[in-house]
Design a protein around this ligand. Structure first.
Ligand SMILES: [Zn+2]
Length: 89
């Protein structure tokens, strides 16, 4: 079974304060995350391995966006998002 089936998936946008590495200006950017919330029960068709994995599974979120465009109109350069891309929730 695909591990994705252990979770309810939902896309969320969070505002993050980020500093552009080119012009050093700080702005709030909308960053998209895929939130995977562990289901209360395994879906049908699970085998022994799935039950084992499901027990260990934790809800988490993964960052979708990796690249942003600077909001400073005099800069407008693209920059990579750094830092953690996966968070347990
Ligand atoms: Zn910039």
């Amino acid at each position: 079974m695909d591990e994705k089936r252990y979770y309810e998936e939902k896309e969320e946008t969070k505002q993050m304060q980020l500093v552009c590495p080119h012009c050093r200006q700080e702005n709030a950017y909308p960053v998209r995350w895929m939130v995977r919330t562990k289901r209360t029960q395994l879906p049908g068709g699970a085998n022994e391995q799935d039950r084992e994995n499901f027990k260990k599974a934790r809800s988490y979120m993964v960052r979708i966006d990796n690249l942003l465009a600077c909001r400073n109109i005099k800069c407008r350069k693209r920059f990579d998002l750094t830092g953690q891309t996966v968070f347990l929730i």
